[in-house]
Design a protein around this ligand. Structure first.
Ligand SMILES: *Cc1c(COP(=O)(O)O)cnc(C)c1O
Length: 387
């Protein structure tokens, strides 16, 4: 039995401590439980399945690679890993082309911290209130929520938090001792808070002036989630480091830290035994290939607009207890007037729809990007009823 399963977070995490749903299989946008009940997965299991569950091209690539070679130490080049370096380098925003591979989001951010510190020779990091960057002691130091941080202190030092979206506060915090500014282009865990493109641009301008690395944590926003492959592309702002994980290998454990040359050239030694594991790399190659070839981000824009419009109409028409509907593409937050948890439970139990919370009062929708308008409609109707 796991000590730290999701049910342990049931307070504001998930709702199934009272009736666990044991999931045994998945196909496309659906998950099937042990008792054969089929659920529409509108959380994409924390945005980890942009192409849906068990996309055939990814499953095939994994099976073939597993039969060929499960693992080889990272110091020997391997076809799947080399291909992934190239693919990620090719789709990375702007001039970024250097790739560091690891096994999770938090490790990708740890690496970003280390690379920024060593490339700049500075220590200070600026992060944002309500931000989430992971749970190892470096990334945790940049994660805002006290509940996650306080029991484990001391975490890594040198981190200052500023209000998200406030360019002046950022300008005040960043100086010539700042190694990096870490931002999510849309805050995920913090309640689905999209940044104004002007804010991201001002972060770009002032970090450039200060010789500071701008890091975009796209672990949740990336892989097409917001309607562009990377959310920063939609805003037209290029970071020095971009971190990705979650959906990049369709749910297999992979994180990547994508770096501009000046970061990669100045970074001190870092390493990980599993970096670029061939099977996981094969999954990521197949995921990226399909995502790009089928313009899945474009589809996410279209269905996301439809879903948001339908939600807003339902809220207005039925006078639902909703404060705000916000987000980008298929990263949507519905801020409700009371706790979100009971709505999530009703969605799951009465409508077989799985969604996520983001804090106490926000329902978070992060469906697979391949949903169609019918699925969107089904969820709007169900939400109308439970709300
Ligand atoms: C999930 C998440 C992380 C942490 O990723 P793990 O793989 O759980 O370590 C970091 N940043 C953001 C924005 C995330 O959504």
């Amino acid at each position: 039995m796991s000590v730290f399963d999701d049910a342990a977070e049931a307070g504001e995490g998930f709702v199934f401590s009272e009736k666990p749903i044991q999931i045994e299989s998945g196909e496309g946008v659906h998950l099937t439980a042990e008792d054969s009940t089929e659920y529409l997965d509108f959380g994409a299991s924390y945005a980890c399945t942009p192409l849906g569950h068990c996309p055939p091209a990814v499953v095939n690539a994994v099976q073939e690679q597993a039969a060929e070679l499960l693992y080889v130490q990272a110091s020997y080049p391997n076809g799947a890993r080399t291909e992934l370096y190239e693919r990620l380098g090719a789709v990375a925003p702007g001039d970024i082309s250097k790739v560091w591979l690891c096994n999770s989001g938090t490790e990708a951010n740890e690496a970003a911290m280390k690379f920024a510190r060593s490339a700049t020779g500075r220590e200070k990091i600026v992060a944002t209130k309500r931000g989430f960057h992971g749970r190892t002691l470096g990334a945790l130091a940049m994660t805002w929520k006290k509940k996650y941080r306080a029991p484990f202190e001391p975490v890594a030092g040198g981190v200052e938090f500023v209000d998200y979206g406030d360019s002046e506060a950022l300008a005040e915090a960043v100086d010539d001792e700042t190694a990096a500014v870490f931002l999510e282009p849309v805050q995920g865990e913090g309640g689905i808070n999209p940044a104004d493109p002007d804010y991201l641009q001002s972060a770009r301008d002032l970090t450039e002036d200060a010789g500071t690395a701008l890091v975009f944590d796209e672990i949740q926003t990336g892989m097409g989630r917001t309607g562009d492959l990377w959310a920063c592309e939609g805003a037209g702002v290029e970071p020095d480091i971009l971190t990705t994980a979650k959906g990049v290998a369709s749910g297999l454990p992979l994180g990547a830290t994508l770096c501009a040359d000046w970061i990669a050239d100045g970074a001190a030694s870092h390493g990980s035994t599993f970096s670029g594991n061939p099977v996981v790399a094969a999954a990521a190659n197949a995921t990226l290939e399909e995502l790009v070839a089928e313009d899945v981000p474009g589809h996410a824009t279209m269905v996301g607009d439809y879903l948001t419009t339908q939600l807003e109409e339902a809220v207005a028409e039925h006078d639902l207890p909703v404060r705000d509907v916000r987000g980008e593409g298929l990263m949507i937050g519905i801020e409700v007037k009371r706790g979100a948890n009971r709505y999530l439970r009703d969605l799951a139990m009465d409508h077989q729809i799985l969604a996520l919370p983001a804090g106490r009062s926000v329902l978070r929708l992060l469906p697979p990007l391949v949903i169609n308008e019918g699925h969107a409609r089904e969820v709007v109707d169900a939400l109308t009823e439970v709300l």
